[in-house]
Design a protein around this ligand. Structure first.
Ligand SMILES: [Zn+2]
Length: 348
């Protein structure tokens, strides 16, 4: 078991002005003893990074930046003489920066501009390889996470919905973990389990209505940020993504692998939860209504998937995480069974 090296979390909410947050971020980075950061940022994130004093001009990873790009960036960071990496942006930027920083042997200060998934402070980086296939790679979890409320309040509501969707996976991922442990295929790490369960509880009360109604509410954003950090910590603690990733994540990974992704990771994961809920024999209709209320996809067509596409996704799902046993592997679906499952959930 890896020791818990919890990231230090900073939250800026003193004013509504992102420029004040940019000043505060720069002051905090200096206070951490970082004198020449290497800045990896999205175009959006550059406003927040504006007051940093980087070693070299900031880098914006291009769309679809691959593991190869991250490796090259790592060498570049090393050569720059920077003493830390500050990553300012959405999940893609954070993941590329985590991977590059690990390559360069530097700590990462993560500054998410969206609360769309629990990779914010996880030790996993999801980055496509050269062929465009998404890879989940071990990286170093950020030592510091900085949340700028003025920035997060302006993030698209879809990102907030996705963040909630990613957390909806946790109870199911825990069930899958227990299922695997029952077969002697995994070992439960209780403290990590508890963190994952807690992270879901923090947001549970927000899953009864449209996320758009709370997306600009600082109290909600604090809760969502806390939950995503805790969920990431459950993965740091257990040294595996198991506490926050089960069969529903395999469904999302399969959508990425076959169709190149159809929505935010967290939205696809929420859709994957429907499959797990159905396979566990629970009320999938009620679960789908809950997704509808929050504003997450509850039908394959919302991800532009036909029934046949969905069957393909289900058959491909176990291949995305070989060696991981979840309710999907347990169901041992063949084409006929997958068709029946899809029809039983959404009709023919
Ligand atoms: Zn996830």
């Amino acid at each position: 078991m890896a020791s818990l090296d919890s990231p230090q979390v900073f939250v800026f909410e003193a004013t509504e002005d992102e420029r004040d947050a940019a000043d505060d971020l720069a002051a905090n980075v200096r206070r951490l003893g970082v004198s020449t950061p290497f800045v990896v940022g999205s175009i959006h994130g550059m406003r927040l990074a504006a007051q940093l004093d980087p070693a070299v001009p900031p880098i914006t990873p291009p769309p679809g930046a691959s593991t190869h790009f991250a490796t090259e960036l790592g060498s570049r960071i090393r050569r720059s003489g920077a003493d830390a990496v500050v990553a300012v942006g959405g999940g893609r930027v954070l993941d590329v920066a985590k991977l590059a920083a690990a390559r360069a042997g530097l700590t990462v200060i993560a500054v998410p501009t969206q609360l769309s998934h629990d990779g914010i402070c996880s030790p996993v980086a999801v980055v496509p390889d050269e062929s465009g296939l998404t890879q989940s790679l071990g990286a170093i979890a950020p030592r510091f996470v900085y949340f700028s409320m003025p920035t997060l309040k302006r993030a698209p509501v879809e990102s907030v919905r996705a963040g909630l969707g990613d957390l909806m996976a946790n109870p199911l991922a825990l069930r899958d973990w227990a299922l695997a442990a029952g077969r002697g295929l995994a070992t439960i790490d209780q403290p990590a389990w508890d963190l994952s369960a807690r992270s879901f509880e923090i947001v549970q009360g927000y899953l009864t209505g449209d996320a758009a109604e709370v997306a600009g509410d600082p109290a909600f954003l604090r809760h969502l940020a806390d939950a995503l950090v805790l969920s990431g910590m459950s993965m740091i603690l257990s040294g595996t993504s198991r506490p926050a990733s089960g069969g529903e994540h395999e469904v999302s990974h399969a959508i990425d692998a076959i169709f190149g992704g159809r929505a935010h990771h967290g939205a696809q994961v929420a859709f994957g939860c429907i499959i797990s809920v159905a396979l566990y024999g629970e009320d999938h209709a009620a679960f789908r209504r809950q997704l509808e209320r929050v504003g997450l996809p509850s039908h394959p067509r919302q991800l532009s998937l036909s029934a046949t596409d969905t069957v393909r996704v289900l058959l491909e799902a176990p291949e995305t995480r070989p060696g991981r046993f979840t309710i999907i592997e347990d169901a041992d679906l063949d084409e006929t069974k997958a068709h029946e499952l899809v029809a039983s959930i959404w009709g023919t």
